[in-house]
Design a protein around this ligand. Sequence first.
Ligand code: MSP
Length: 546
Amino acid sequence: MMEMLKLLRLPRLIFKNSSKSVSYYITTPIFYVNSAPHIGHLHTVLLADALNVYQRLKLGTDETVFSTGTDEHGIKIQAAAHANGMSYREFCDINSEKFKALFKSYDTTITDFVRTSEERHSNAVRSIWQELNNRGFIYKCNYSGWYNVTDELFVSESLVTQKEIDGVTHHVDQNDNKLVWSSEENYMFKMDLVREEVLKWLLDSNPITPDKFREEVVKMIKDTRDISISRPRDRLEWGISVPNDPSQTVYVWLDALTNYLTVVGYPRPQDELLRWPVDCQVLGKDIIRFHAIYWPAFLVALSLPLPKKLVCHSHWLVDSLKMSKSRGNVVDPWEETRQLTTEGLRYYLIRCSTTHSDNEYSRTQALRRINSELADTYGNLLNRCCAPAINPRQVITKTFLTNALTPEIIHLVDQLRALASLCESHYEQADFYKGVDLIMSTLRYNNKLYEDYKPWKLVKEIDSNEESLRIYHNLQAITFETLRICSILLQPVIPKLSEQALSWLRCSNTRWQDAQVCPSLYESNQTETKLLKDTKSILFRRLNSV
Ligand code: MSP
């Protein structure tokens, strides 16, 4: 464990006898290790990272927990290890490391990387099992049904059809996943005892963002029967065995979902957990059933409070189909990072995706967006106001000459005044694209003022022409203010670039509350400071298409 923390350079969180030892807890799903990570996985983590950075800015503290990890048990992993001629452990170690390395290369704010093969996790799973059993939620029965190995799920009879694939007739589910018939002894979880309470939570607390997914879940829960929570050991040997019954293995989803409690220190009592309930769980829409029905059902049975918020995102597509290992249409995140840079790819994934609808992955579109917004809009404005031809004394102008504010500059000040609260309302919903749209249009407006006012001409006249001096001076002052505010608000989306800009602009107050127009802009005492940027540095260099 210590070794892993060192690898990730994670701050070590100390368990305290108080649930208030951290201010926020956010999770991603843990990733199957049957293959290497793809762009879709990276997207889930970056979206959660953006939400965590945003919360840290708002709370004014880095004391948050952000967990991710790998889901290592199950028939799928078992089969993949066999196919690769490796032991389960060796196979999982190699693939888990790929996820860890990818996320590390993005310098995310992840504070814990949990693996379901760790002992702290199996302890948590066994404790949960025993607790559910003691509370009368588990019974054993003979269970028959169609099993979908890809999603590790029994499929309800009404969704099963037959289809010919490669000349052979298969039973398939609604997404054409092949199904296998299973008839076996299983332990079952009594869904009937908690269904009403979960439904009440869904309707009263409205935890799912965006709303459209809530309706689907409400329909689904009505059809959810008792849940099979174990598989015979002879079918699933790579997993946690059921306490007091070594002939059965804990079902992978009960095992995997428990990770969210492992991270905060379960089976400690609730008031000794790092933080519970979890504040925000990010997940893809393909696994909403497990997070919005199964997971709260288990928690209700354990008398633990339910998650405050589930942020459900849609999928990245390739040629209109979901990017997935089983379809073989995955985009390699390492290759894309080489072409687009970490900040560029992060920007594209967060800026050009919407939670409510699927998005087609396109490198051409990514390049266009990154170049036009990071290089030509944000970077360009910063380079312009610092360029020696426009700013020969290399200073940050901090006050207006108030008796000469043009209507355009007043309009820009008004935009800046509203920007933080508008972005806040969008970021809260994980609608980063809407917030970034507003920021980019503010930056474009400011760039347009540069073209209209031509400060490179004005600067030559400032000693002889009072009017030129005023326009030049106010344009520089508003531009530095625009860049300061926009950089603060862009931190969740492009943390490294915005941090670089803020340091050149000598801004040390970079919390969310600092993204307000500075009242001292209107002070009569002229103030300025020296820029920290050297004239050759460029915030973001245009990327070449390949
Ligand atoms: N192991 C389970 C989760 C258990 S959590 C208790 C699992 N793993 S996964 O590797 O298949 O998916 C992990 C996450 O990646 C999910 O949120 C999923 O939606 C996301 N993505 C997988 N493919 C994706 C796309 N093509 N696009 C966007 N996200 C995608 O499910």
